[in-house]
Design a protein around this ligand. Sequence first.
Ligand code: EPZ
Length: 423
Amino acid sequence: MDKFVIHGGKNLSGTITVGGAKNASLALMPATLLAPGVHTLYNTPQLRDVNTMSRLLESMGVTIAHRDHTIAIDSSHVKNYEAPYEHVKKMRASIYVLGPLVARYGQAHVSLPGGCAWGPRPVNLHIEGLRKLGAEIELDGGYIYAKAKRLKGARIVFDVSSVGATGNVMMAAVLAKGTTVLDNAAMEPEITALAEFLVRMGARIHGIGSNHLEIEGVDSLHPAEFTNIPDRIEAGTFLVAAALAGKKGLKVRVQACTPGHLSAVTTKLEDAGARVTLGIDYVEIEPPEEIRSVNVTTSIYSGFPTDMQAQWMALMSLAKGTSVITDTIYHDRFMHVPELIRLGANITVKENIATIVGVPKLKGAKVMSTDLRASASLILAGLVAEGTSEVLRVYHLDRGYEHIEKKLSSLGADIQRVSGEEF
Ligand code: EPZ
């Protein structure tokens, strides 16, 4: 397992380029199960999670060719409808194959995802949605067994706005007989991208970008090409890094991103004292002289994303004054807190609310990655901690950030990846 060794105190400046959105790719790839033939997905990030999805699809008989950031996927010869525990336990998004398999092949055996670093992550909305479309679903031995002759359009109101359930049910509904209406659907840009790809494949979806989707089922779909959207969380992570480890007068430009997908984060960065300039496809930031404490409450899009909560906490650790971070999406997504405290942060958590009392400095230490975004927050803290920090088990980071150490080094950070066994 690899670790990162970071010598803190270097100021960041320069330009980095954002990659394709991980959480869009993880939906676009299984969507290709809906139509035989060769689909081409451009701007696909080279990440562990993308590789995990590739291996899962290949285990079903899908052929995938990777060329740089382009992948060609052909689901003409799918031979099994299984998503075994071995795959799903590595990545919860594997469940995205459920909807397309039932829609195209009338059956699916998909392992229930286990827990993850923080708390239970149920899939009841996925199952209830597919049942509403007429799928017969049984849970047995940790697996979801689903079958349906032909799914039928239905009216579905999600109790909770769920990215994954919206994606799964939408992918099932596009081949159902009749019209499906989804209310309280997720509006995240990754779901909008998925809907646009499905339309390219011949699906009929109205209300894209809203939380009310109307899907007229069609009898078949055809392969399509699609350019993935930029990763708004990668972009946000680098902007927070710049606010934390930058220096007044030095600028960092995050290019090849979609500023409109980031407005909750850029607004909060301005509240924290940063100067932010929004371009067509870039965001430029000049860090604050003194970080102001700013409260954040995560919410569904277009509110402040839960996937930026840990990174924001790293920034608030050095803010002047006290800030409060409330995560309304995941009430226990705080595995990064004890590790940030090891670096000298002053944070207390009660239920889903973290209170951060800003400290004048952080001090380097060995810290442990527990999950993707927690790891990112530890890297950011290490950039400004005095002395040397070691972030262990960075395979968590490799799930969602392509060469993060190279991109940070290009901005002036002193960060090295060290390979080894026992970390
Ligand atoms: C997606 O996960 C993202 N992953 C997550 O990003 C992100 O944190 C999350 O959306 C919220 O934005 C991918 O897109 C691959 P949800 P997902 O269903 O779809 C509850 C990262 O770091 N819920 O929108 O699993 C759930 O418990 C990852 O890139 C149910 O109750 O999230 C949560 O409270 C981490 N029942 C809320 O909905 C269900 O059936 C939102 O979850 C499904 C979800």
